[in-house]
Design a protein around this ligand. Sequence first.
Ligand code: ATP
Ligand code: MG
Length: 406
Amino acid sequence: MTNERYETSKIVMVRYGELFLKSEPVKRHFIRILTDNIHRALRAEGIDHHIETPRGRILIHGSEMNRMVSSVARVFGVIDAGICDQTTNNPELLIPAAATRAKNALSHGQSFAVRVKRQLKTGPSSQELAALIGAEIQKVIPGVSVNLTHPDYELIVEIRESGGFICDYRIAGPGGLPLTTQGTVLCLLSSGIDSPVAAWLMMKRGCSLEALFVDGGRWSGSDVFSTAVENLRRLSTWCPGHPIRMQVISSERLFDAMKEQSELPKVCCVICKRFMIRAASALAERTGALALVTGENLGQVASQTLPNLATISSAATIPIIRPLITYDKQEIINLAKTIGTYSGQQGDLACRAVPLRPATNAALSDIQALEMHLNIPALVAGSLKESRSVIAMNGRIEDNGKSVRL
Ligand code: ATP
Ligand code: MG
């Protein structure tokens, strides 16, 4: 071993996933967007940083390593992020640096594995280097053994042109594709558990988000609007630096008109959803959103049977994406808890317009006749004309939650 001293510095290494499947120009474009989203996430938290993008990785310099890792691990497109010791790629200096890192975490009686990945194809092979580092670890930490399948401790070493990177802990990111790479969708966002999860899944897949909330006024519970705004606020923590606008329209007159007819019809919920879908389609046409998103889920309630979903879909002029269609409710709740949109308290969220026996197989012709009578196009146009909007960014509602009339 040489007596030359080795310098190590800390750096955050970010790995991204599926982008590897893309052609070179598309990959470069996506990495630029991913890097921009990482900048936005760090800036939103006031973290000073500097980013490098060597082949296949994003490296972040700065002084607040832990805060940087937690922030970056919420950026869509990121597979994982870890704090690395950056040192030289000269094996004589890298090997003791790797053993020093292991010494801080590994102790007598434990097993370990060393995984080496080389971008630089000179010097010892990955296996040779792993064996050399393993031997050095066993020399400096007595009583430790190698276990390559289920080690207590894993040391990952990457050899790149710019140096050696040593890491033993990575926080998983959400994966998916960088936000804004896939165009804009309009999510029908409610006060419920499902629609924020559906919206999050679309953001994870690279879509920018717009939202529509339909306010039932006195036909809905007193906490419905504030809970929908809270859902919006929580979603905005996932796209720092990108505002989300939620349009708010009223469906109060629709319910008033249905009530005038007689008792609320059995098909009330399907008509209500078709009203929402019509309004959302018109709004998407204005804003350029390419698809609608709902939290609908097969068989969850009467309006979500296959025949009723088909009837609801026929009111749309653009595709409806239903990311949760096959999920069990518990799976949705678990995901809502993981992403932070689940709030234990429920409040008064009841819809006062649900009929006693809602139709599970509403005939489209009956619905269309009733809709004609109700003059749905006029009701939709009227509610869109009076729409307001609420904007959320970085986990905050702009204007102290006051909605703004457009
Ligand atoms: P939960 O999450 O408890 O099921 P929900 O709001 O999803 O509540 P559903 O009747 O299942 O209630 O609604 C199905 C879908 O319709 C929602 O996931 C959402 O996309 C949309 N939706 C329902 N109510 C509204 C609303 N008031 N404004 C906008 N979209 C709504
Ligand atoms: Mg639902």
